[in-house]
Design a protein around this ligand. Sequence first.
Ligand code: SF4
Length: 313
Amino acid sequence: MGYLITYSPAYTLVPTYECFNRCSYCNFRTDPRKDTWITLEDAKKRLLALQRKGVWEILILSGEVHPNSSRRQKWFRHIYQLCELALALGFLPHTNAGPLSYSEMAQLKEVNVSMGLMLEQLTPELLKTVHQHAPSKKPEVRLQQLSWAGELKIPFTTGILLGIGETEEDWWDSLSAIAQQHQTYHHIQEVILQPHRLGSKQTWKKDGFYLPDFPKLIAKARDILPEDIAIQIPPNLISDSQFLMTCIEAGATDLGGIGVIDVVNPDYPHLHPDSLQAILQAKGWTLQPRLPVYPQYYDWLSPKLQTAVNNVC
Ligand code: SF4
């Protein structure tokens, strides 16, 4: 049997690519009002085509409409309806739509089995560089989101983004802040360690994360984070399979949501889970699908969401 590593069989639905932030490493966004939002009809067609194909998680990943915009409510309603649609068609939604108001977060809890938001990095220094035009990336805003998710008992995924101009010390500070949140609320189910890789759309032309540092970082993250938090790494951002194994052996326990396209890093497509399984099996590992909510949090879900979980497993 050997060792186990998990992944989530997932499909990403993007309500809109428009985003009022302008992170200079972004390969996802379009300007506000320059994107046609996905319609419920189109979303339904895509989801119907995924039924009985082994997909469990629908990751609803959206660009952000400004909290003070007259279109914010319509944007939020649209995301809520996409979650309802995914649930009605037998999938488990997990939404990451940037910072939310407390009330928005509470409402989305009704239709999501888990939610997510990257802490990215705790240092305010990045507000002078890559986050200069990204008010949503203020560290205190993101920390508050983690606290609110904890207060609301939402199983939560967060993580750090690596290679955007932070220092090594910043990694440990950010991971310690996540650990502290979890010690207070016990709600962080997984932490993504996401190396930034250069993409074709970004305006910032630096190289991104220095991958040889990754195993060291993973091992120290395992020390800093409480044991019940899974450590997730995205395999498509690690092109060499031998090095992927080194990263797994350093302490990664999960490979995240795997679909065909990584919409955040479209230049780095995912391998099919069968190909990943072949790589892992050669080294005595087994790739195991998991749900977007970890078992220790099933009790936190409403009866309706618990039924949805039971229907999938
Ligand atoms: S990284 Fe996220 S928040 Fe920043 S511009 Fe891109 S979509 Fe917006």
